[in-house]
Design a protein around this ligand. Sequence first.
Ligand SMILES: [Ca+2]
Length: 175
Amino acid sequence: MQRIHRARATVLSTAAAAALVSSVGLSVAQAAPVESQAPSEAREAAVDGYCVTDVDRSTTKCYETDAAASRAAGKNLILKVWGKPNKEGKSHRFKTAGANCNFMENDLRFIKDHSGRNWNNRISSLKTYHGCTVSLYGRSFMEGQHTGWLRNEDRLGRLPTGWNNAATSFWVKEA
Ligand SMILES: [Ca+2]
């Protein structure tokens, strides 16, 4: 059973905006953006773990600090994602043998940090390395809506269709 968090958040936001309009006469345009209302953002700081997924071995190891995770990923780092916009909050790295750009992450629900928290509907900013690009998808196995090819995004919520906390799978390839 699939449920796209982004769609649900939009519904809630619209309802909230309607409530504001009826109670205090604010216009819909003045309602707070969906991005700032994401309930998971407030919890980011409490979650421990800076992790590295070795794509070829399908293993993930977590570290106490971002610096330690950086050393573990080394030169084979191809994608880093963050839980908050502007490359802040907890992060997760993906590395491949020889920094090969071509791979697919079918379901971010299985990419978990130290505490067991997964990365589904959580990514808010990202950066690729070694000339790789990434496209995010709204559903598992690269289905649903997608972002198109990205390399460095500080605020996924500002993409045309709003991608803050909305990715469930992704595809990485060479630019
Ligand atoms: Ca997030």
